[in-house]
Design a binder for this molecule. Structure first.
Ligand SMILES: [Zn+2]
Length: 371
């Protein structure tokens, strides 16, 4: 800087730095008025740091490298139906971020001195690298030879770790795993990495050894468990769609839409074939959601009596209203107390009726009518 502090001392700078660096420094604009220095994050317009922009920049940078995953493959990775921590592991694997002995030694430049201690912590047979752990180590080989697919993982070791990740992302397209097996394969492959690496860490940090067969069993059990949990979640989602009533019954779905100055309640009756038997909508005074739900339920009940639906299943998505009816002897929310009482009176005119709580998804159609 020149003495006044408002311009560069170009002579000095050119004498110290190579030409291109000096050019870059001299190109920096200097504030003409005094200002205190502050940190500025150039990837966000306002200069404030955000994880999102940092991640985006990293991905962009990695994508620019010739051998990394495509952007869409990153997306595939994050969309895998796996626990987040397993996705994170796979992500680290892709970026070669697993601190194996070779990796650590290379990072601190100590491959030469540490040579003796660079052998795989599990088998002690080869230098420990990610590639070795995944494809060469007898532990991984045992896991895969006893997997449902029973293959020789060493064959995949002819390729790179990244290629293996691509296979895990799309096993059907890349190695022809049957579509119905695809998800289990993904769960299994990532669990295999997780547990082999975990077993390796136990040896390194805890001195505890496990044998390959036991590890294979654990990978198998855990993978089936994950898949079962995942399928259970899927079947729960299925319950969220409307199902037809038994053959001799009528099913009435009810719902309410609360507006600024009024509310609309609606009920729709369907038979065993899913055929609509009747739809009623009614505008009522502005109500709280709970009162509206109770009114809607009553609306579903009353016309049913006059239409001759003798056996009725009422379905609504308000758990409180459903409970208030089901457990009438116990106290219900005061604001729906009288409505529920009226319903029970009306219900006496039917052969049988019951009320069930359903999820929004199963109540879709009437929800539509109330809007
Ligand atoms: Zn090994």
């Amino acid at each position: 800087m020149l003495d006044e502090g408002n311009d560069w001392n170009s002579k000095l700078i050119r004498s110290i730095f190579p030409e291109d660096t000096a050019d870059a420094i001299l190109a920096l604009r200097i504030a003409k008025v005094g200002e205190t220095d502050s940190l500025f994050w150039p990837l966000e317009g306002l200069g404030e740091f955000s994880v999102k922009s940092a991640h985006k920049a990293l991905v962009k940078h990695r994508n620019a490298a010739p051998s990394s995953l495509h952007f869409s493959q990153w997306k595939d990775l994050w969309h895998l139906k796996l626990h987040d921590q397993l996705k994170l592991l796979l992500w680290k694997v892709t970026w070669d971020g697993i601190p194996t002995k070779l990796k650590v030694a290379d990072r601190i430049g100590g491959r030469g001195q540490l040579e003796g201690d660079l052998l795989c912590a599990l088998c002690g047979e080869h230098l420990e690298s990610l590639h070795q752990l995944l494809f060469i180590c007898p532990y991984s080989r045992s896991v895969w030879s006893e997997s449902p697919w029973q293959f020789n993982i060493a064959l995949f070791g002819l390729g790179t770790v990244e290629e293996w990740v691509r296979i895990i992302l799309h096993p059907h397209n890349s190695i022809g795993t049957p579509l119905e097996d695809q998800h289990l394969f993904q769960i299994f492959a990532v669990n295999a990495i997780d547990l082999v690496w975990g077993a390796r860490n136990q040896v390194v940090h805890g001195g505890k050894e496990s044998d390959p067969r036991e590890l294979s069993r654990r990978v198998c059990n855990l993978s089936w468990e994950h898949r079962a949990a995942c399928q259970k979640k899927l079947s729960l989602n299925k319950l969220q769609t409307w199902v037809t009533p038994p053959v001799d019954k009528t099913e009435v779905n009810v719902d309410v839409a609360i507006r600024q100055n009024f509310a609309v309640i609606a009920a729709i009756a369907r038979d065993f074939y899913g055929k609509i038997q009747g739809v009623v909508t009614k505008q009522i005074k502005a109500a709280r959601p709970l009162e509206g739900e109770a009114e809607a339920t009553k609306l579903g009940l009353e016309p049913s009596v006059s239409s001759g639906f003798w056996e009725l299943i009422l379905e609504g998505d308000s758990e409180l209203v459903v409970k208030a009816i089901q457990r009438w002897s116990q106290l219900s929310e005061w604001c729906i107390h009288s409505t529920v009482k009226e319903m029970l009176e009306v219900g006496k005119g039917l052969l049988s009726w019951q009320v069930e709580h359903v999820y929004r998804g199963a109540n879709e159609m009437v929800h539509h009518f109330a809007r």
